[in-house]
Design a protein around this ligand. Structure first.
Ligand code: G16
Length: 560
């Protein structure tokens, strides 16, 4: 590192002293904490993103959001050249960088890393970093810190893309690295045109159940509601009403949003008896999660949740149907044939009934730890990989090889075969690959995908919800002294430490028919999460409560 670069670092980093007595870690989805202590972290992630761009000689993304967390929190994460999450082998460096105690230490760490990674810091090959933030008020000053971090690396240029959903930024990074300089308008155009294409390919006569009725969407008082208001004006054949768009003065994620709806299983603010019989859905604070729900015709505020597992199952049914139409007329062993490897990826949070259902469909199901960074990586191993977390994070990935084959099939077919069922199935799969965000789980593209499939099947939300019945479940969170004391294995189904805790969980679980329970440290909040499932709601509630007590005994504030 030359002297100019060194002194640039020293002077700019002195404006961003790290918070005292706090240890930050690049968790499930980047750094998250109270916004008031994040300036130095975001500044340092700006440096990290710039180094990543120089290393890969690609466009990198930096998103300022804390997604489902309360409005006083904020966070920051990096999008890699593929549009996916930051490569996991850079996470330890992110941690070290964020926790460096003074400018001198920071400069030494960077110099060492730059040398190890063979990164050239002479400005001869300039790179771009796309910046975006969600609607949190703290995003504004944190964005400035990110710009300063990027500006402290010679040759790194920050491009402020404004307020975006997290998946929009991931999508833009991916597209730009594919050589297309896209804008937000291109994103909306792509979604609306591929949705139209998919709907136009629906079998005639299947629209009856839902074509004329509307979808009501809870925007979590965040960026997703705002963007959906724009997108809906570009859609034909789908009426969307957005509530909790943030304009009505509601607070982000407070009594609203996908996380609230999924965890509490109650109606979000501004929903109620007027919504009985209507399809409802909920986005989270940065619009990368989506759940649907039904308001039952009772006086309680409970809902019937149609969660990420059901969305996954709906997608799997549709994709399987298209593949079987294709395969019916193709000899997969022939020269022009293709044996498409379809895989499903879930986490331990997946309701047991969903996994049973998917396996009954003959599908290959694998599990990873929580966090889209793990699911995405696994799903990318298939020709078509469908991944979803129960909380509504997920997407469908297509391999380049399979897409090339599909494109060739649609053009190769004789004029007679064009318009055949086989041709339509290939076109539908291509439309899905355009509509669904290949970079990250995206609630906006997810909504359109669900709506297009329901139209295709002629299904109401009730019919969709009936594909299987969820096992009753309960999630709780427990505040502990140090959440890192819990280390898990086997896709988070077993707690390896502290010693003895798994045996205590097993003993509680054994008391309940069809009981299943696990604990894990959250990567986005300072808590231990407890998930319990059992044959009745009371049993699931009791199991979760008793395991929360176990956690408190082992790790709570009175434990030491
Ligand atoms: C992030 C991750 C998700 C994960 C969620 C919950 O979501 O992107 O994959 O499921 O955190 O994480 P935890 O249970 O570790 O707190 P989001 O929507 O908050 O970005």
């Amino acid at each position: 590192m030359n002297e100019d670069q060194r002194s640039l670092f020293l002077s700019s980093s002195s404006h961003f002293p790290p918070p005292q007595g706090v240890k930050l870690s690049y968790g499930t989805s980047g750094f998250r904490a109270d916004a008031s202590i994040l300036q130095s972290t975001v500044y340092r992630v700006g440096i990290l993103a710039a180094l990543r761009a120089l290393k890969t000689q690609s466009v990198i993304g930096l998103m300022i959001t804390a997604s489902h967390n309360k409005v006083s929190d904020n966070g920051v994460k990096v999008a890699d050249p593929s549009g996916g999450m930051l490569s996991q082998d850079w996470e330890p460096f992110a941690d070290t960088l964020a926790n460096a105690h003074d400018p001198q230490h920071l400069v030494e760490l960077i110099a060492e890393f730059v040398q190890k990674e063979n990164i050239t810091l002479d400005g001869t090959k300039p790179v771009e970093i796309l910046l975006a933030r969600d609607t949190r008020p703290s995003g504004e000053f944190l964005l400035e810190a990110a710009k300063q971090g990027i500006g402290s690396i010679i040759g790194a240029v920050a491009l402020d893309m404004g307020i975006l959903t997290t998946p929009q930024l991931h999508w833009m990074v991916r597209a730009r690295n594919g050589g297309v300089k896209v804008s937000e308008t291109d994103y909306f155009k792509k979604l609306s045109s591929s949705f139209r294409c998919l709907v136009d390919l629906s079998p005639s006569g299947t629209h009856a159940n839902n074509v004329d009725d509307k979808l009501v969407v809870d925007g979590a008082n965040g960026v997703g509601g705002e963007k959906l208001e724009i997108l809906k004006t570009m859609l034909n054949g789908l009426a969307i009403e957005v509530r909790n768009s943030g304009k009505e003065g509601g607070v982000l994620n407070e009594g609203v949003g996908a996380d609230y709806v999924q965890k509490e299983k109650v109606v979000p603010f501004s929903f109620g008896s007027q919504d009985v019989g209507i399809r409802c859905s909920s986005l989270d604070g940065d619009a990368d999660r989506l759940v649907y729900f039904i308001v039952p015709s009772t006086s309680s505020n409970k809902i019937e949740l149609v969660d990420g597992d059901k969305i996954l199952s709906l997608f799997a049914i549709f994709i399987t149907e298209q593949l079987s139409i294709l395969n019916k007329e193709i000899d997969v062993k022939a020269k022009n044939g293709y044996q498409c490897h379809l895989g499903i990826v879930q986490t331990a949070y997946a309701n047991g009934a969903s996994t049973d259902y998917l396996k009954q469909l003959g599908l290959e199901v694998t599990f990873t730890p929580t966090g889209v960074k793990y699911l995405h990586e696994k799903a990318a191993e298939y020709d078509i990989g469908i991944y979803f977390e129960a909380n509504g994070h997920g997407t469908i990935l297509f391999s380049e090889q399979f897409l090339c084959w599909l494109k060739a099939r649609t053009t190769e077919l004789s004029d007679v075969a064009k318009g055949s069922e086989q041709h339509k199935a290939a076109l539908r799969l291509l439309a899905v690959s355009e509509l669904i965000n290949q970079a990250a789980g995206d609630a906006l593209s997810g909504v359109l995908m669900v709506e297009a499939i329901l139209k295709h099947m002629g299904w109401s939300i009730e019919r969709w919800n009936e594909i299987y019945e969820d096992l009753p479940s309960r999630q709780l969170k427990v505040k502990v002294v140090d959440r890192s004391a819990v280390v898990t294995a086997n896709a988070e189904t077993v707690a390896v430490t502290p010693p003895g805790i798994q045996e205590a969980i097993n003993a509680e679980t054994a008391k309940h028919p069809r009981g299943r329970c696990f604990i894990r440290p959250s990567g986005t909040e300072d808590v231990i999460r407890v998930y319990a499932e059992a044959s009745s709601q009371d049993a699931a509630d009791n199991l979760a409560q008793s395991v929360a007590k176990v956690v408190d005994q082992f790790l709570g504030f009175g434990s030491s």
